[in-house]
Design a protein around this ligand. Structure first.
Ligand code: SF4
Length: 344
């Protein structure tokens, strides 16, 4: 049965009018119950007649939201994990700051791209999430956040979002729809390993959300060593797509660059990065690698991070050092994955 949580407003309106013989205005009423009130049963929709609730229950699924396990880190980061029907575990992370509450959303259980510095990669790939499971993460996290509205969404959790394209796009459309979550496209960021076919399709989709690319090295040689995806889509091919990617006037592509001690932060690396990004509206986020058990890489010192940042700044690249939050709960970027245990 089709889930009401992944039915687009125009689809629901058509079903109400053409199949169920109802008025179109019911669409907004029903979707408000689903996404704003976050009800978990049809009976809670008190301004909808019993007859229509019965018809809806026969046509759409509205299941109770999963009950999450929460791990609150000392810095306020809240890692939320819950079991899916097939016993896989999906994780998302709530990251509060003074002026925003960001949810880091997962798109797959595990990941097939096997980046050498990534905790999720140690789990292997299990499966892509359904659109419903992507939306559920937002609903469950909003419930956990209570009164505070989740202001920003980043698709930077487990998995490569563009490797789960159709489900991702459906979920994004629900998140952006004014009748559903009504997120501004400026508040949603999708992070990709550089999945070229997915990026080309996303450019055509015209959703206008923000784009971040996990770059981490500016030469094919080094990037292919630490990110096997680069052997499929090399830097020239990737940057040809990025140069064509539709951005509006103030929009910039974010380039995530995890600094790994002694590996990718030499003056030569900085020069290559500057050359690669030349002419692209961009900003660079430098992230110190977070060491985890079983990984051969080491974290850089603060001085090494600052030195690399200064080299980029001196060449005119907008560059920030991002504090990776939640390290004590293994919830920092590239570190999701249930403490390295294979759970499935
Ligand atoms: S960094 Fe991203 S793309 Fe690479 S293995 Fe981890 S989750 Fe997958």
């Amino acid at each position: 049965m089709q889930s009401i949580r992944t039915t687009l407003p125009e689809e629901l309106a058509a079903i109400l009018v053409d199949e169920l013989g109802e008025k179109k205005f019911r669409t907004a009423q029903i979707l408000r119950w689903v996404f704003i009130e976050r009800v978990e049963s049809w009976d809670e929709m008190t301004n909808i007649s019993k007859a229509l609730r019965t018809k809806l229950a026969e046509r759409f699924e509205l299941s109770p939201l999963p009950i999450p396990e929460q791990h609150l880190a000392k810095d306020g980061t809240n890692k939320i994990a819950f079991k899916l029907e097939d016993e896989s575990v999906v994780e998302s992370v709530l990251i509060p700051t003074e002026d925003r509450l960001t949810l880091c959303v997962s798109s797959q259980v595990g990941c097939k791209f096997n980046c050498a510095f990534c905790r999720t990669a140690t789990l292997g790939f299990h499966r892509s999430l359904t659109a419903d499971e992507i939306i559920e993460q937002v609903l469950v996290a909003q419930k956990a956040a209570g009164e505070r509205h989740i202001s920003n969404l980043v698709f930077m959790g487990m998995g490569e979002p563009l490797d789960n394209y159709d489900n991702l796009i459906r979920a994004l459309k629900i998140l952006l729809a004014p009748e559903c979550f009504d997120y501004s496209r400026r508040k949603i960021t999708l992070s990709s390993v550089g999945h070229v076919p997915g990026l080309k399709a996303l450019a055509q989709e015209g959703l206008g959300i923000n784009l971040a690319i996990s770059l981490h090295a500016a030469s094919d040689e080094l990037r292919s060593q630490i990110m096997p995806a680069n052997r499929i889509w090399g830097l020239d091919e990737l940057f040809a797509v990025l140069r064509q990617f539709p951005l509006d006037q103030r929009q910039r592509i974010t380039f995530e660059y995890i600094i790994i001690k002694g590996l990718n932060h030499s003056p030569h690396d900085a020069n290559l990065l500057v050359k690669r990004l030349h002419g692209i509206p961009s900003k660079v986020n430098l992230i110190g690698f977070n060491a985890f058990e079983g990984c051969k890489f080491q974290s850089p010192s603060p001085e090494e991070m600052i030195e690399f940042q200064e080299r980029l700044l001196s060449k005119g690249l907008s560059t920030t050092i991002r504090l990776s939050r939640g390290d004590d709960e293994l919830a920092a970027c590239g570190q999701l994955g249930h403490a390295g245990k294979k759970e499935y």
